[in-house]
Design a protein around this ligand. Structure first.
Ligand code: PMP
Length: 426
């Protein structure tokens, strides 16, 4: 059955299909970290819907919340009308926002995807400032629609698109170490202050607290604080894209919390919908400049996603899963670094919380090794472990396990990965 389904989909689906190509499995059941295929094989899923499943697959509190809405007779679609479900979601979300933002925040339901919320954020700061330029960073990923692509740098889809994306809007992302932080910050300042070649007055700056698709690069705290200063001094709204880093993933509730930075706009999706599509932007009330109807969309009121999201946010908060992610992430990073010490094909191990990357390199030259990385992913799958690749050369093996990962499961993930790496070289 699985073979037939895979063959049929391969014929019918666009050649652009991505995960379906690299992960030839047919999931039929899932719970927590585990996916079961139609062939009965079980896999540890460290892709988690590209970082969406904070509580893993089909967590009981999420299922209960969804069933609660279904059984209550509440409408499933009422555009963006106020409902008790929406009220509960907004209340829970606001309770978890950085306090300095929550005290004066507005929310705009966008959706359904992360890229929709990115578009909304870019449009909002352009409306608010009356300017159009944009500062985004090398290696950034913000989504696949035109504006989000324009702000991204380095993803394959950006290279193949014919959209204009001016390089002068893309200074380097923060580099770890005092010198790296300073150099990267100065580059951005120079861009802003150069009256000729630069971007003297952009409408906004958009930044990921940890670049995910770009290959797991945590923003150094000092650099991110400097970006906040640079933008505040010049009246440039700072947009934090927390689509992937939000809801405990990096070991703090929000990625910006590590640096104590309060952005003007936060872009949220993935985990906030508890595995269903939901995307919002939250911003300082001063930026609430849109007239009624200036931003619309039919699917901004997904009641099931809001209920699943409320349950997820509350569970992460009540069970301190961000702290858990910090402890477990540190332990996994330490384990992987120990392993990498005598693996010449592992160039670097990076991460924050449960957002972990292992850079695969050519043992002789140290250059990025995409083919070897793909082989590592295949060997992982052979061993029942699902991982993702990222980075500018698709040479970074990425782990995004659920925050509910147990110590035992973390051990199993590391065992399989550290087994797969040497096997990929044979
Ligand atoms: N921003 C970031 C930081 C992301 O990681 C992603 C998705 N990987 C997006 C935006 C786009 O989200 P979506 O795929 O839901 O459009």
């Amino acid at each position: 059955e699985a073979e037939v389904i895979l063959r049929r989909q391969a014929l019918r689906e666009s050649a652009a299909r991505t995960y379906a190509r690299s992960l030839p499995i047919v999931p039929v059941r899932a719970r927590g970290l585990t996916i079961e295929g139609a062939d009965g094989r079980r896999y540890l899923d460290c892709l988690s819907g590209a970082g969406t499943l904070a509580l893993g697959h089909n967590h009981p509190v999420v299922l209960e919340a969804i069933r609660g809405v279904l059984d209550s007779g509440a409408p499933l679609h009422v555009l963006d009308l106020a409902t008790p479900v929406k009220d509960a979601f907004t209340t829970e979300l606001f309770a978890n926002l950085p306090p300095a933002l929550a005290s004066d925040a507005r929310i705009q339901f966008c959706g359904p995807a992360g890229t929709d919320a990115v578009e909304a954020a870019l449009k909002l700061v352009r409306t608010a400032t009356g300017r159009s330029g944009l500062l985004a960073f090398t290696g950034a990923y913000h989504g696949m629609t035109a504006g989000a692509l324009e702000a991204s740098g380095g993803a394959e889809a950006v290279r193949v698109t014919r959209l204009p994306f001016p390089q002068d809007h893309r200074p380097p992302f923060g580099v770890p170490g005092a010198e790296g932080e300073q150099l990267a910050a100065r580059w951005t300042e120079n861009l802003l202050d150069d009256p000729k070649g630069g971007v003297p007055a952009p409408a906004g700056m958009i930044v990921e607290p940890v670049q995910g698709e770009g290959g797991v690069h945590p923003a150094p705290d000092g650099w991110l604080r400097r970006m906040r200063e640079i933008t505040a001094e010049r009246g440039i709204p700072l947009i934090a894209d927390e689509v992937q880093t939000g809801v405990g993933r990096t070991g703090a509730f929000w990625g910006v919390d590590h640096a104590g930075v309060v952005p003007d706009v936060m872009v949220l999706s993935k985990a906030i919908g508890g595995s269903l599509p939901l995307a919002v932007i939250v911003y300082r009330s001063e930026l609430d400049v849109w007239a009624p109807g200036a931003h619309a969309g039919t699917f901004r009121g997904n009641q099931l996603a809001m209920a699943a999201g409320t349950a997820t946010l509350a569970y992460v908060r009540q069970n301190r899963l961000a702290e858990r992610a910090a402890v477990l992430g540190e332990r996994m990073l330490t384990g992987l670094r120990g392993f990498a010490a005598d693996q010449p094909c592992v160039g670097d191990v990076r991460g924050r919380g449960l957002m972990i990357g292992l850079e695969v390199v050519d043992p002789d030259t140290g250059a990025a090794a995409p083919e070897l990385a793909a082989a590592v992913r295949r060997e992982c799958l052979e061993r029942g472990l699902i991982v993702e690749l990222g980075g500018r050369h698709s040479s970074v093996v990425r782990l995004l396990p659920p925050l509910t990962l147990t110590d035992e499961q973390a051990g199993a993930v590391l065992d399989r990965l550290t087994d797969a790496v040497p096997a990929a070289r044979r």
